[in-house]
Design a protein around this ligand. Structure first.
Ligand code: NAD
Ligand code: ZN
Length: 351
């Protein structure tokens, strides 16, 4: 089969590799029908994620059709259309039983993502992929849910919801600020709305991303490049500060922005992956009674989010801005990596 193979920083190639095969009874093989590119893939290509080894296949989001199952797979069968979760998990260990799938003790890894569990399995930017623990790592797609919507449940929607909205305890009537309106921040905007906030303020440097945030359900937008951005946020909270500040960028500045705009007693939910240490003004946070959360997506909420998509309560396909054939993956990476010019949010690759 063909797959996108990582050849070290700055280098990848769409090339022939061996077809994946069932290695354990709980495995399934999935023919990829739709996959997409994530900002994390760009980090891997830059060499920021040293645990991803050369020679492995990239990609951790996908929807496909099962072509083979091991003898131990009970809930799925050949022909089923499934979402590939960005985290594979045994579903039975101590951490899985607590819903912490990204800490699964079975250590089978996450497709295309060495850094999560330390042990890299091949990813979804390929014609086929082997998925360990298929019963708990794949989710059957109901009829009527299109690939373009379902693929957003592999990673970005559960991330925005679990690490932003749920950890931040967004509640009815809250004023929420989401700092960073990339795909993950927009996923937090979209799923914040489910909790009935009174306002969702999106904060970003990019005017187009701010326009997108309004389309995804934000009530207000603030340009982080405006010298008075802080006053603009505070003016929308009667000077009190926001109930929940969701950090969805991953740089020290935006983390500090969140700790500044949160009200006393409020929540800062950090979603961004920080390559560098942030300044943690613990004394200020203590005095302000701020609850700070952070975390790694578990995808334990994918089935719940999928029900909302099926019921047309979550317009998940809205993230898809471009579509290419799988073998045009190089072009797709070009478009995705120049998002400021191309206005790409999620670039789909289809069979
Ligand atoms: P992205 O790079 O596509 O989007 C980031 C957005 O932040 C962009 O719109 C950019 O314009 C904006 N931005 C940059 N600097 C800013 C500033 N100073 N002020 C305001 N806005 C600014 O990223 P993404 O794919 O949406 O992901 C967001 C973060 O979430 C990343 O750090 C990613 O690694 C992380 N992430 C975390 C998890 C998790 O499990 N916690 C999972 C997936 C992704
Ligand atoms: Zn487990």
């Amino acid at each position: 089969m063909k797959a996108l193979v990582f050849h070290g920083p700055g280098s990848k190639a769409w090339e022939d590799v061996a077809d994946p095969r069932i290695q354990r009874p709980t495995d399934a093989i999935v023919r990829i029908d739709t996959t997409t590119i994530c900002g994390t893939d760009l980090h891997i290509l830059k060499g920021d994620v040293p645990t991803v080894q050369e020679g492995r296949v990239l990609g951790h989001e996908g929807v496909g059709t099962i072509t083979a199952v091991g003898a131990g797979v009970q809930r799925l069968a050949v022909g089923d259309r499934v979402i590939v979760s960005c985290i594979t998990a045994c579903g039975m260990c101590e951490y899985c039983r607590r819903g912490l799938f990204s800490h699964c003790l079975a250590d089978e890894g996450a497709p295309g993502l060495g850094w999560v569990l330390g042990h890299l399995i091949d990813g979804t930017q390929a014609e086929q992929v082997r998925i360990p623990f298929a019963d708990s790592s794949l989710h059957k797609v109901p009829e009527g849910v299109e690939d373009a919507a379902a693929v957003m449940l592999s990673d970005i929607l559960p991330t925005g919801f679990e690490i932003g909205v749920r950890n931040g305890r967004v509640s009815p009537g809250d004023v929420v600020a989401v700092v960073g309106a990339g795909p993950v921040g927009l996923a937090a905007v979209m799923t914040s709305v489910l909790a009935g906030p009174s306002r969702v303020i999106a904060v970003d440097l990019d005017a187009h991303r701010l326009d997108q945030a309004l389309r995804f359900g934000a009530s207000d937008v603030v340009d982080a490049g405006d010298p008075d951005w802080y006053d603009q946020v505070m003016a929308r909270t009667d000077g009190l500060g926001v109930d929940v500040a969701i950090e969805a960028v991953g740089v020290p500045d935006t983390f500090t922005m969140c700790t500044r705009i949160v009200r006393p007693g409020g929540h800062v939910a950090n979603v961004g992956v920080h390559g560098r240490p942030v300044e943690l003004a613990l004394q200020e946070l203590w005095i302000k009674d701020v609850t700070l959360t952070t975390g790694l997506v578990s995808t334990s909420t994918t089935p719940m989010l999928l029900r909302l998509v099926e019921q047309h309560k979550l317009a998940a396909a809205a993230f898809a801005t471009h579509t290419f054939a799988l073998d045009h993956i190089d072009e797709a990476y070009e478009v995705f990596s120049h998002a400021a010019e191309t206005k790409a949010l999620k670039v789909l690759l289809t069979r």
